[in-house]
Design a protein around this ligand. Structure first.
Ligand code: PMV
Length: 326
């Protein structure tokens, strides 16, 4: 084995057309396709080093993690060990520059960086599609943090072609995500458990049946830089996903009062001519998407709202990349 250690960096992504629910939980094959953009400036940096120790070790922001978190990482490492035909255990050291588990897709960046760093450390050179598939096994949305810019994760017929591809590079459209943080604490129900509940909602089948229409509208709005169509479809899609969450059994309610307050503000701002739209992942924080030229104004307005503790600002990010390998 030539390479033993590699460090990779990946951005989180924000979904415009959401992934919620699987048709195969073990392989994380989604019930519908999804579209997202990578978030520049926010990242997970992960170093994987294969060594002679007895077990895998996971450090997140320098703290050892055991239990389910480590099991999920070992699961990806096992897939890599199988592909590379090696048995060595690994030390995985990961750090984020944004709060984890608060609806900012920390698992997407984490598993994209892990897939890239671990495969490179094992001396494998995987294609973008293979990396996207591997990342998907850790967290579905991680498949979308492998390619750069604006990304579509295709449902595919099965495991092999269920991969994400870039539909436009970062420089295609200067959008900015102003993430209004209303609650930075770790969410109570993670998305893995949430996906398993999706089909308990009678609304999920309608959401899934209508997905290709929403995907077409969103893809076209991005390709033609039609902000009005884009804002309308991302809000509609986000609201649909949360309607499924709220009506699942047991119900999931990620929104807080401040979350809903921001929806009203954003719609009023758009009606008065400011190009903004909202979308929310599995958390309470609101991703307010705007044209980059208006980001300063949007950030200022969000900071002035009661219940908003902080605002993270991110442009369109590039692909996951290796930054060191030895
Ligand atoms: O990849 P997961 O299992 O963390 O699920 C992500 C789910 C949402 O963030 C709510 C939607 C999405 O498409 O990213």
């Amino acid at each position: 084995m030539k390479t033993l250690s590699a460090t990779a960096l990946a951005h989180p992504n924000i979904a415009f057309i959401k992934y919620w629910g699987n048709r195969d939980n073990a392989l994380r094959l989604p019930s519908n396709g999804s579209i997202s953009m990578n978030l520049d400036g926010l990242f997970t940096r992960t170093t994987v080093t294969f060594n002679s120790s007895q077990r895998d070790l996971l450090l997140i922001n320098n703290h050892a993690v055991m239990g389910k978190g480590l099991d999920r990482v070992s699961y990806i490492l096992d897939l890599v060990r199988e592909m590379a035909n090696i048995n060595e255990r690994a030390e995985v050291s990961s750090s984020n520059n944004f709060p984890a588990g608060a609806g900012i897709a920390s698992s997407a960046a984490a598993f994209a960086a892990l897939a890239l760093a671990s495969s490179r450390a094992a001396d494998l050179t995987l294609s973008e599609g293979q990396l996207s598939r591997l990342a998907r096994r850790g967290s579905g949305s991680a498949s979308r943090s492998i390619p750069g810019g604006f990304v579509e994760w295709k449902m595919g017929a099965g495991d092999d072609d269920c991969v994400a591809v870039s539909i436009a590079p970062p420089e295609h459209w200067a959008l900015t995500d102003c993430v209004a943080i209303v609650n930075a604490s770790h969410k109570k129900t993670g998305s893995t458990e949430g996906h398993a509940l999706a089909w308990t909602s009678p609304l999920q089948s309608a959401r899934v049946a209508d997905a290709s229409r929403r995907l077409d509208i969103c893809r076209n709005a991005i390709l033609h830089k039609d902000f009005e169509a884009f804002a309308n479809i991302i809000e509609h899609d986000s609201d649909m996903m949360h309607a499924v969450m709220m009506t699942s059994n047991p119900p999931l309610m990620y929104w807080q009062a401040a979350t809903v307050g921001i929806f009203h503000e954003v719609r009023a701002w758009r009606a008065s001519g400011l190009p903004v739209g909202y979308t929310v992942d599995a958390g309470a924080n609101v991703h307010v998407i705007c044209l980059a030229d208006h980001a300063k104004e949007v950030e200022k307005r969000l900071r002035d709202l009661s219940g908003v503790n902080d605002v993270l600002v991110a442009g369109v990010g590039g692909a996951a990349r290796v930054i060191e390998s030895a």
